[in-house]
Design a protein around this ligand. Structure first.
Ligand SMILES: [Zn+2]
Length: 263
C-alpha cells in the first residue's frame, strides 16, 4: 500500500499528501533541503522524502497541531516557533499520540496490522524553538513569517525566488479559527492582510494537494471584512459542537469557520 501521494508542482518543490489527507512540502536548494511540516506521521515520513533530499534536512513546523507535527519522531530534531513550542511538545507526547491513533482507527485510515508502538513513541524533547526566521538552502532563501491567527505561533514560509508561499493552516479550503488557542478574528485578519502583499504567484496549503494562485489568496484577504463576518451563519462542526462555530466565505471557494464568542 502506498502511504503517500507525492507531486512536484515546481522544480525542487514536492508537495506530499499522507493517509490522513494532510499535506507537507519539501523545498530543495543547491546545498540543503527544508521539510515544512510532517503530516500525521502514521508512516515513515523520512523514508518518503529521502529520495529528494540534498545535504542537510531542516524540519520546521507551520504550527503546533498534531496533524502537522506527529511525523517528528522520524527525525533527529525539528523546530517550531517559540510561541507554539509547549503546545507542540504536548501534542506529540505519548498520551496525545494515543488519542490521535484512536481517532485515526475510528476513521479507518490505518491498516488492521498497523504497529501502534512505533507511532505512540514520540520524541517531544527533540522539538526545539525556531530561532532563525530564515534559512539559506544554497541559492535559495526561505523566510518564515510569524502569522498569528490559527495559533499564536503559526508561521508561513515565503520563498521569493520561487514566487511561492506555504500557508500551513493560515489559509485552506476550510480554515478553522475556533479552537481555544486560535487568536481573535481581528488578529487573524491583520495577519492575512499583511501576507497579501507578498510578491508571490503560487500558494501551497496544508489541506490541499493542488497548488493554487496567489490571486485567489488576495481575493480571500480582501474578503476578510466586517461585511463578510456579519453574514456568517452558525454551522456546528462535529465533534466540536460545544463551540459556537460560525461559517462565512471571504472568497467563494474558501470557507472560514470562527468562534462566534471570540469575535
Ligand atoms: Zn492546525
Amino acid at each position: 500500500m502506498n502511504h503517500f501521494t507525492v507531486t512536484q508542482p515546481l522544480p525542487d518543490v514536492w508537495h506530499i499528501q499522507d493517509v490522513g489527507q494532510v499535506c507537507f512540502t519539501l523545498i530543495r536548494g543547491e546545498k540543503d533541503t527544508l521539510l515544512f511540516d510532517t503530516g500525521m506521521g502514521f508512516y515513515d515520513v523520512a523514508s518518503c522524502v529521502a529520495p529528494y533530499v540534498r545535504g542537510k534536512l531542516h524540519v520546521v513546523f507551520s504550527h503546533a497541531h498534531y496533524d502537522h507535527t506527529c511525523g517528528q519522531h522520524y527525525f533527529a530534531e525539528s523546530f517550531v516557533h517559540p510561541d507554539d513550542l509547549n503546545r507542540c511538545r504536548k501534542t506529540v507526547d505519548r498520551r496525545h499520540r494515543a488519542l490521535t491513533l484512536k481517532r485515526a482507527r475510528a476513521r479507518g485510515i490505518l491498516e488492521d496490522a498497523y504497529p501502534a508502538e512505533q507511532f505512540v513513541n514520540g520524541t517531544p524533547e527533540t522539538v526545539k524553538p525556531l530561532t532563525e526566521m530564515s534559512i539559506d538552502l544554497g541559492g535559495l532563501e526561505v523566510r518564515f513569517l510569524l502569522s498569528p491567527g490559527h495559533t499564536k505561533g503559526s508561521i508561513v514560509a515565503y520563498i521569493e525566488k520561487k514566487s511561492l508561499l506555504l500557508t500551513g493552516d493560515t489559509w485552506n479550503p476550510h480554515t478553522w479559527l475556533f479552537f481555544p488557542e486560535c487568536q481573535p478574528l481581528a488578529v487573524y485578519t491583520r495577519t492575512v492582510r499583511h501576507l497579501r502583499n507578498l510578491q508571490a504567484e503560487h500558494v501551497l496549503r496544508s489541506h490541499d494537494a493542488s497548488m493554487v494562485s496567489m490571486e485567489q489568496f488576495r481575493a480571500y484577504a480582501d474578503g476578510l471584512s466586517e461585511e463578510t463576518f456579519s453574514q456568517a451563519e452558525p454551522c456546528p462542526v462535529p465533534p466540536y459542537t460545544h463551540i459556537h462555530t460560525y461559517c462565512c466565505y471571504p472568497e467563494p471557494e474558501s470557507k472560514l469557520v470562527f468562534n462566534g464568542d471570540k469575535r
